[in-house]
Write a protein that binds this ligand. Structure first.
Ligand SMILES: [Zn+2]
Length: 114
């Protein structure tokens, strides 16, 4: 199956026994081939928080999804050296195997569940 050119197409390949592999269908970010969550940026460049937030489903929808024990999937997201802290509401998001290294936390994010 091919992904349309304006969609991310990042494939999260879950190797676990309960295989939950999936393909990202978010819009591509600017002139990049992948969405803002999966696109790589050059060293020192940061992804705009406002755009990251904008691509998430709204809280009400996320709460509905969560009530059926599911999460909005951001698995494999590339957020290296990103300044997120409390600027993103992490409730109900899944970040399996996401690159959160050198994360710059501004505030305690006790609500974060990965
Ligand atoms: Zn994506």
């Amino acid at each position: 199956m091919t992904t349309p050119a304006d969609k991310c197409g990042f494939i999260f390949d879950d190797q676990s026994p309960n295989d939950s592999s999936h393909c990202c269908y978010r819009d591509t970010w600017g002139d990049r081939d992948q969405c803002i969550w999966h696109a790589l940026v050059t060293e020192g460049q940061r992804k705009p928080i406002k755009t990251l937030r904008h691509t998430l489903t709204n809280r009400a929808v996320r709460d509905q999804v969560r009530s059926s024990n599911r999460k909005e999937l951001l698995d494999g997201a590339k957020l290296r050296q990103q300044e997120l802290g409390s600027q993103i509401d992490f409730e109900g998001l899944s970040f399996r195997q996401a690159d959160l290294s050198r994360q710059i936390w501004k505030k305690q994010t006790s609500k974060m569940r990965i």
